[in-house]
Design a protein around this ligand. Structure first.
Ligand code: NAD
Ligand code: MG
Length: 391
């Protein structure tokens, strides 16, 4: 059976890996939509290679270059955020949500409203609007399959299990680029140093978030939202090899670990073939060669992002949207060279405190409009704090 598939964020790290898997079995898939950002040359290449029906760039000023690159191909083109939403309304059996940042939320939500199977890599969707995503999925008979490696691992460990028999969930963190750095040295970390991940090859933003453990902080929140377990049941441990992705502990003391190479094509392939398992071209682990697996506690002083995620998990409401908006603004400021590496957490903490004191995080319902509003509020508040720090 030929399946209709769409890939949002096809030109990114997750997107390219998804295209790679699809192109290995071109006769099995009918590609409906591909979307990208400013890299229109790659988007056009992918659209031609997959025979996509529609190629969308998120940026209106990229329309002309995309049109030029696809001239004569017969592939439909569109540009801008509204075009992304329209593209998400095109029927498909399987949709990959791999846009980076809060911009990925709206297209994913629209896709769910058509009862599709949504492979969810965009972690900001669950962090900012977890309850809304699950509500829409349930209402429209849609299925969400997590693609973040840790959450794919938990999902797989839970197949055939009762969630009520789960005692705890442990997700692992490689520790990123700076896992062996002292607190003092972390203060001096540069953009270039933070952009090099020891194990995974990913987009720049998530790579920096891995070094600060903001990525792990997001994943703790994702775990709480998606699997519905209490924050006290979720923990993160440092595991430098990135071979064990997550573990699920049950009431009888059993602990189910998921192992695999640090290659996102495993989690993407699992989501693509679910509920079946098919061949996925990733390396097979040689346990004897690996020899040892190492685990250690994450130091709260060096990784303040973890405590901030605890606050969000306990507070709920729109605190995830505030956390994410502040984090994205702080990350932009770090990339621009306006604040230091450790100051990113100071910005997010300051924003959460300010919003807590002024409006609270829990008063408004989690709707798309309210999430967007909270996102703006958090970014504005972050901008103020960043200005003070940069001065
Ligand atoms: P990336 O930066 O490599 O790619 C992002 C994609 O989104 C690109 O196609 C880009 O053109 C598009 N994009 C950027 N800004 C946009 C905007 N404003 N509107 C619409 N599209 C836009 O990112 P990535 O590393 O592939 O990550 C994608 C998502 O998956 C993120 O949420 C990330 O946290 C998550 N994730 C990634 C990995 C990984 O291994 N890379 C693992 C787990 C989860
Ligand atoms: Mg992950």
């Amino acid at each position: 059976m030929v399946r209709k598939v769409s890939i949002f964020g096809s030109t990114g790290s997750i997107g390219c890996n998804t295209v790679d898997l699809i192109l290995r079995h071109p006769d099995s898939y009918d590609v409906v939509v591909l979307t990208g950002g400013r890299n229109v040359t790659l988007l056009a290449q992918q659209a031609k290679a997959t025979g996509a029906g529609l190629a969308v760039t998120a940026f209106e000023d990229c329309y002309d270059p995309l049109a030029e690159a696809l001239e004569g191909s017969g592939i439909e083109i569109a540009a801008g955020p509204d075009a992304l939403i329209e593209a998400a309304d095109r029927p498909a059996d399987w949709i990959m949500s791999a846009i980076v940042g809060a911009a990925g939320l709206a297209p994913g939500l629209h896709a769910l409203r058509h009862g599709t199977t949504l492979a969810l890599a965009n972690k900001e969707s669950l962090v900012t609007a977890g309850p809304l995503m699950l509500f829409e999925a349930k209402k429209h008979g849609a299925t969400i399959i997590p693609v973040d490696s840790e959450h794919s691992a938990i999902f797989q460990a839970l197949v055939g299990e009762d969630i009520n028999a789960v005692e705890r969930i442990v997700i692992t963190a490689s520790g990123g680029a700076f896992r062996d750095w002292s607190l003092d040295r972390l203060k001096t970390a540069t953009l270039e140093q933070a952009s090099n991940h020891p194990n995974w090859d990913m987009g720049q933003r998530i790579t920096i978030d891995s070094a600060s453990l903001f990525n792990k902080a997001m994943e703790l929140i994702e775990t709480k939202e998606f699997f519905g377990v209490h924050p006290d049941q979720i923990e993160a441990v440092i595991h430098p090899q990135s071979l064990v992705h997550a573990l699920v502990g049950f009431t009888d003391g059993g602990l189910m670990a998921h192992l695999g190479p640090p290659d996102m094509r495993h989690a993407i392939g699992y989501a693509l073939h679910w509920p079946d398992r098919r061949h996925v071209p990733v390396d097979r682990l040689d346990l004897v060669q690996i020899g040892q697996l190492e685990f250690r506690a994450a130091d709260p002083d060096r990784y303040p992002a973890l405590a901030l995620s605890r606050f969000v998990m306990q507070t709920g409401g729109l605190s995830g949207a505030a956390f994410n908006g502040a984090k994205e603004a702080a990350l932009n400021a770090f990339i621009a060279g306006n604040i230091g590496f450790l100051e990113m957490a100071r910005v997010v903490e300051g924003v959460l405190e300010q919003i807590d004191a002024e409006n609270g995080h829990n008063s408004a319902m989690i709707t798309l409009d309210n999430v967007v509003q909270m996102d703006h509020l958090a970014r504005n508040s972050a901008a103020e704090i960043i200005r003070k720090i940069a001065r």
